[in-house]
Write a protein that binds this ligand. Structure first.
Ligand code: PRX
Length: 631
């Protein structure tokens, strides 16, 4: 199949696409692309002219095929014992009710809708409702701060914001509605006002009466949605019409709105899900990702539902009330496919095997990993302890931009190697290039790029096609540049080595160093900041910040805490620096460029590997930094 997908991509993908419902088949060209900036603007189109709807293919199509009574969503609440289910028919009805409401308040095809919800069933419902009416959803992870949310509201100018009043993470309530209020206030001061905010009442986390309310703008979900019909006609859209925007971090301070379209994304997420997890109709599938990230888009909502799968949506923290919760859930629902991130594997590994072995886990069949390279020791623990040495691990390498899996094992199809994402998925041609952009053959190490498009590729950065071309297609002409380093062994297996740009990967969350730096320097007592990633036992990478204070300001524990708080407020708790390193000065070249290479070495205390410091405008800075390292 791989060979065919490369030799005849049009034939390969159109055969698969034909399994879905198209109101009208695509035109002559299955794929039309320009992947080379030297030949003009970058353009990627798949199934252009084809008219379809992804919500219809996820729900109506499955109901019509007889899966109406099959459970689509098993919802497991934060508190053990709190749960719920939705069959495909029920899910379709709820999606239709919300879709009707959205239409009623004036949301039309092409309008943006921001969804700021925790992992309630209402989150995939909201995504699907937008897709049904052709609205473009932009889910913002509910761990982002008011300022980060406001930045996204200002960028995509949504017709409505969908949220809930509060959620409990572990035992702690988080007042999401307050965060949304602050974000909307901020965005309106920046010229983007929000007329409607739909709020789901989450009574276990917060009472309705305690929720701050703005009459006219705020509407309780439970007050309105049930009044709407449970059927709603589908808005048929072109394969290349936008499906969603998802903001992700890059190497500058401004998050990028990654735009995915409908047809290619649909075909690609469905196919990758089916093969990389060896999906069978009786499977019970659980992906621990939040729908606020791409993994939750492609592999909680769209990929599985396009296959008519039963999906677990878990609201809570994976170690609440204790480190056995995941396996409790696996046994409760007889989960067969379990997909998670290395950071969780490492954290559970640290808590000890007994939390795992006290549960049966017999139902498990396939395991999956995503978000960062999985270190061989975590891989082995996942394989031997969690999977009882009988479940293959799909270590899936991909990105927000790629829409779906790019390099991944197919379970059972070829031998695994702990720590390697192995070989490319159908239709994907990964190449490794050197600094000059020349492809390297055989065993090698270099920059990971992709030759030619695949159906799930993102089509642009919202409102900034130039940045799209500059970031991804200009570094190595003729290729998509992933931003990752990679080596290839003698068997052609791929070993991802991490980001080669100014992006760090903390617990599988992508964070731009520039974003953290700009949050830090917004503090009135911070003159300058430089952030680097440093190895972290559980999180993969930790955030290490060098901070120069304004002249005359003394270093203090209070200031340190205040700086961390500033980052939490501007981005979110997950981006809080692990370490603030006081820096009287930063190592800079004579032209003023910060030498991050040196900072990385100081942060990881590899002091004998500092390399040449003679090109620094003030080499003495390095000694000062080393002296202050543990202060
Ligand atoms: O560095 C790679 C890492 O995560 C980055 C993409 O992050 P994001 O867009 O947030 O998407 C995460 C979920 C797909 C990549 O550039 N990454 C993701 N999966 C793997 C990985 N690194 C190594 N192995 C993986 N399996």
């Amino acid at each position: 199949m791989y060979k065919r997908s490369i030799e005849d991509p049009a034939g390969f993908w159109s055969e698969i696409a034909s399994e879905f419902y198209w109101k009208q088949r695509w035109g002559d060209k299955v794929c039309d692309e320009n992947f080379d900036v030297r030949k003009g603007n970058i353009k990627i189109e798949w199934f252009k002219g084809g008219i379809t709807n992804i919500c219809y293919n996820c729900l109506d199509r499955n109901v019509e095929a007889g899966l109406g009574d099959k459970v689509a969503v098993y919802w497991e609440g934060n508190e053990p014992g709190l749960d719920g289910t939705l069959t495909y028919t029920q899910l379709l009805q709820q999606v239709c009710q919300l879709a009707n409401y959205l239409k009623d308040i004036g949301v039309k095809k092409g309008d943006a809708v921001i969804i700021y919800l925790p992992m309630l069933m209402e989150l995939p419902i909201a995504m699907l409702a937008c897709a049904r009416i052709g609205a473009v959803h932009s889910v913002v992870f509910a761990g982002f701060s008011a300022e980060a949310l406001s930045q996204r509201i200002i960028d995509c100018k949504p017709k409505v914001v969908i949220t809930c009043n509060a959620v409990k993470r572990g035992s702690k309530p988080i007042y999401l509605k307050d965060i949304v209020d602050a974000a909307i206030n901020d965005s309106s001061q920046n010229g983007v006002s929000i007329d409607k905010c739909l709020v789901y009442e989450n009574p276990l986390a917060m009472k309705r009466v305690d929720t701050k309310w703005k009459e006219g703008r705020d509407i309780w979900w439970q007050d309105v949605i049930h009044q709407y019909p449970t059927t709603c006609p589908v808005e048929w859209v072109d394969a290349e019409d936008p499906l969603f925007l998802l903001y992700t971090s890059g190497s500058t301070g401004k998050p990028k709105g990654v735009l995915h379209t409908t047809g290619g994304y649909m075909v690609y997420t469905a196919t990758t899900f089916k093969y990389a997890f060896d999906y069978k109709p009786h499977d019970i599938y659980w992906c621990t990702a939040d729908c606020g990230w791409i993994t939750g888009h492609s592999y909680v909502t769209y990929g599985p539902m396009l296959n008519g799968a039963s999906v677990i949506v878990y609201e809570g923290a994976p170690n609440y009330p204790d480190a056995g919760r995941c396996w409790d859930i696996v046994d409760k629902y007889k989960v067969t496919i379990f997909y998670t991130a290395p950071t969780l594997v490492r954290s559970l590994m640290r808590d000890g095997d007994t939390f795992v072995t006290r549960y049966s886990r017999k139902s498990l069949r396939v395991l999956g990993s995503v978000g960062e390279p999985i270190n061989p020791s975590a891989w082995r623990w996942f394989y031997n302890v969690v999977g009882d040495s009988r479940c293959p691990i799909s270590d899936t390498w991909w990105q927000t931009e790629t829409g779906g899996f790019m390099i991944t094992p197919l379970p059972g199809a070829w031998p695994q190697k702990p720590g390697s994402a192995t070989l490319p998925f159908f239709g994907v041609q990964p190449v490794i290039v050197d600094e000059k952009g020349v492809e390297i053959e055989g065993e090698c190490n270099g920059y990971l790029c992709v030759k030619k498009s695949w159906p799930g590729a993102f089509r642009t950065l919202y409102g900034d096609h130039e940045r799209y071309e500059t970031t991804y297609f200009k570094p190595f002409s003729g290729y998509y540049f992933s931003g990752d380093g990679c080596s290839r062994d003698k068997d052609g297996y791929h070993w991802l080595t991490g980001r080669v740009d100014d992006v760090i990967n903390v617990s599988g969350h992508r964070i731009g160093t520039a974003e953290v730096e700009s949050a830090l320097v917004s503090h009135p007592q911070c003159a300058e900041a430089a952030v680097v990633g440093v190895e972290h036992e559980v999180k993969g990478q930790g955030i290490y910040a060098f901070v120069t204070v304004v002249d005359g300001v003394p270093y203090s524990e209070e200031l340190r805490k205040d700086l961390v708080l500033t980052v939490r407020k501007q981005i979110g708790a997950f981006a809080a620096p692990d370490k603030i390193h006081w820096a009287p000065g930063l190592p800079k070249t004579r032209s003023g460029k910060i030498m991050r290479r040196i900072l990385r070495k100081i942060a990881s205390r590899q002091l004998d590997e500092l390399g040449d410091t003679s090109t620094l405008s003030d080499p003495n800075v390095v000694n000062q930094l080393i002296e202050l390292a543990d202060s």
